[in-house]
Design a protein around this ligand. Structure first.
Ligand code: MSP
Length: 513
């Protein structure tokens, strides 16, 4: 069986500092990457920055900087965000790198050779901030200004010489592909949206610009630069050393298993990208997952509303696991979801501090006090002990399936319920009450609950890696045993060594904090 897994985030425009939306796309992708590693897959997780195009050129000019120097600086803030978010990315690609140039030029040449590119004149509506062209029926008037109906950003009329990609020729092939690959676009509501768009018939796509210079020049006609989306999408194969299709990385990891993106860039990933690849005679990615928007107090985040939540501020104040957990617990992955500081506090207090954190802390301090700080051995489990462990074990196939279908919310709900059950089991079993009269029973309870803490920690590991690693390290669980196939394996529990000290995992947040 192929045990490789390739997952990507969108590459971010380094036009301003990273915000919560960027953090969200990256955290979601990181969780799936980490989960596949727990399933012992060889994972390649890619993120990076999308540095060409008019938007970046304009922003650099505004800052009185050369575009490359401007990108160097801001790309670095995205790179350091990967550390802050505790991302496990294996690579970070920048579209200004040499490896990416080579790859884009090859794609362009392949499209020329297949007869899919022609030179003509473009006239239509252009949005600099979306780096997208819109048809007449996709724009509207607002306060005397023309804006895109879908994104709300302003558009201007442009007329210039342009190369076109024969997108119209690929409608049928795309529809056939969607039909044969029902899970290519997820969630399925998004699939319907894309199919309706393609069924209307696709227009040829303008794929070069002459009105600015910040981009990859078109081979043999350097007054044109390649359209930034054709440039950007190619990053997914540049990172695999395309055009060297004999390269190990390319062979092992292409086609990608899943591109994680926001719903606003679905058309680029689910229509244009597969069409480019079909024309270039390259395999298509297996899945595009479009998540919803993060709203701040029910509104779209914007500078003018002053409701932008800065991920760095939240991490510095509350911690990275807290942010990771909150975002994916609170927001239903395929839909838009509102976040607020009030809910963040409740979520940290209820789920993390009172539930999982409290469970680990009270069990470990009980073991420290009563069992010389070692998890007691036991092979005398009662029905109630087996029931607790088996409930989790029996749910494993469901949990794996949920993660492999990006149903993160249901996964978390189930794992959190295990943690509630474990707390209840500990309360009801009252090891403190049997300590004197039946120490063997006390040992079994502690063995069982420790086993369950280990299991829950492995399942929560992709979501809150910092805290769960602390717990697993404190239990002396070896790295190799932190794996889905070791869940409920009694032998992985280390009963010979003392527990390592475990600091408070999640501090409860008081109201004025
Ligand atoms: N550069 C393109 C992507 C090219 S991929 C080949 C781009 N960049 S972006 O920086 O504007 O956005 C990157 C991602 O952030 C997108 O997936 C977008 O959906 C996501 N988000 C930006 N704001 C968001 C929210 N408020 N909520 C959730 N995600 C949103 O598009």
């Amino acid at each position: 069986m192929n045990k490789n897994f390739y997952i990507t985030t969108p590459i971010y425009y380094p036009s301003g500092k990273p915000h919560m939306g960027h953090a969200y796309s990256s955290i979601v992708a990181d969780i799936f990457a980490r989960f596949k590693r727990l399933e012992r897959y060889d994972v390649l997780f890619l993120t990076g920055t999308d540095e060409h195009g008019q938007k970046i050129q304009k922003e650099a000019k505004k800052n009185k900087k050369d575009p490359k120097i401007f990108c160097d600086e801001i790309s670095e803030t995205f790179r350091s965000l990967t550390k802050k978010l505790n991302l496990s990315n294996d690579d970070f690609i920048r579209t200004t790198e040499k490896r990416h140039y080579k790859s884009v030029i090859e794609i362009w040449n392949r499209l020329v050779n297949s007869g899919d590119i022609y030179l003509d004149n473009y006239s239509g509506w252009d949005s600099i901030s979306d780096e997208a062209f819109y048809d007449e029926d996709e724009i509207e008037d607002k306060n005397g200004k023309k804006i895109s109906k879908s994104s709300g950003s302003s558009v201007e009329w442009v007329e210039e010489e342009s190369y076109f990609f024969k997108l119209s020729a690929w409608s049928e092939k795309l529809l056939e592909f969607y039909k044969n690959n029902q899970n290519f676009i997820l969630p399925s509501s998004r699939k319907n949206e894309v199919e309706r768009f393609v069924e209307k018939g696709l227009k040829d796509l303008s794929i070069s610009r002459t009105s600015f210079t910040w981009g990859i020049p078109v081979p043999k006609n350097e007054k044109h630069v390649i359209y930034v989306w054709l440039d950007a999408l190619t990053n997914y194969i540049s990172a695999l050393n395309f055009p060297d299709i004999e390269d190990k990385k390319y062979k092992e990891f292409w086609p990608a298993d899943v591109h994680i993106i926001g719903k606003d860039i679905l058309r680029f990933h689910a229509v244009y990208w597969p069409a480019f690849l079909l024309a270039a005679k390259l395999p298509l990615p297996k899945r595009v997952f479009g998540h919803g928007w993060i709203l701040s107090d029910d509104k779209k985040m914007s500078k003018s509303l002053g409701n932008i939540l800065d991920p760095i501020e939240i991490i510095n104040k509350y911690g990275i696991d807290q942010l990771r957990y909150y975002l994916v617990k609170e927001v239903s992955l395929g839909n838009d979801g509102s976040i607020s500081m009030e809910n963040l506090k409740n979520c940290i207090n209820n789920d993390l501090a009172n539930n999982y954190g409290n469970l680990c802390q009270r069990v470990f301090s009980f073991i420290k006090k009563n069992c010389a700080n070692k998890i007691p051995k036991s092979n005398n489990l009662h029905d109630i002990d087996n029931k607790l462990l088996e409930n989790l074990k029996n749910n494993l196939p469901t949990l794996i399936n949920l993660m492999n279908n990006q149903d993160l919310n249901e996964y978390i709900k189930i794992v959190v319920s295990f943690s509630f059950d474990a707390n209840k089991y500990f309360n009801d079993s009252e090891p403190w009450a049997v300590k004197k009269k039946d120490p063997k029973r006390m040992n079994t309870i502690l063995f069982t609950i420790s086993q369950q803490i280990k299991n829950i920690s492995i399942l929560l590991n992709p979501i809150i890696p910092e805290a769960t690693n602390k717990v697993l390290n404190s239990m002396n669980i070896s790295k190799n045993d932190i794996s889905i196939d070791k869940i409920n394996d009694m032998n992985t529990l280390n009963c010979d060594k003392e527990l390592n000290n475990l600091d408070i995992l999640f501090t409860k947040i008081e109201d004025d904090n």
